[in-house]
Write a new protein. Structure first.
Length: 158
């Protein structure tokens, strides 16, 4: 009986382990679709994050736009805070800077923006998140325009 209770307590603590703690490192994978320059693309990315404080991540990410021309590559610098309101579900809010490299004859450009959503812990080492991103173009070429789109990500913590 003691073994059953002990096993149950260990399983409960593993299910309630937090994956957004100071010192944690995460890898995120992003897959999506997008359009630009009159073409449709498949977007694939990978990101790495570090938590200098509980709930606060800073990261570096890469996204490539594949399947059409011109060639597009993006580098992100995100900061995200996961709000500790529930052990399994964590609303989040964040900001980012992105540099986009576009194949010649087009010019590279910068964007910045924010994101909000919710992350759901799948187990002690992984989560899935869904949210909304609002991106603002910091280049005179695009004026004061912005673009909003949904995001879905899978993350692994170690």
């Amino acid at each position: 009986m003691k073994k059953i209770v002990l096993t149950g307590l260990l399983m409960f603590s593993a299910l309630n382990a937090d994956i957004f703690l100071q010192g944690d490192k995460q890898i995120g994978i992003t897959v999506g679709a997008g359009s630009g320059y009159g073409s449709n693309y498949t977007i694939v990315g990978v990101s790495g994050y570090y938590f200098p404080l509980d709930g606060l991540s800073v990261g570096l990410g890469y996204r490539g736009w594949f399947g059409n021309d011109p060639s597009i590559h993006e580098v992100d610098l995100p900061v995200t805070y996961y709000i500790p309101v529930h052990p399994k579900f964590r609303p989040y809010a964040g900001a980012f800077y992105r540099r986009t490299f576009v194949e010649s004859p087009y010019d590279d450009y910068n964007t910045y923006g924010g994101r909000v959503g919710v992350a759901m812990r799948l187990n002690a080492n992984s989560y899935i998140s869904a949210g909304w991103v609002q991106e603002y173009y910091g280049n005179d070429k695009f004026g004061d325009s912005s673009n909003g789109y949904p995001e879905l990500a899978v993350g692994f913590s170690f």
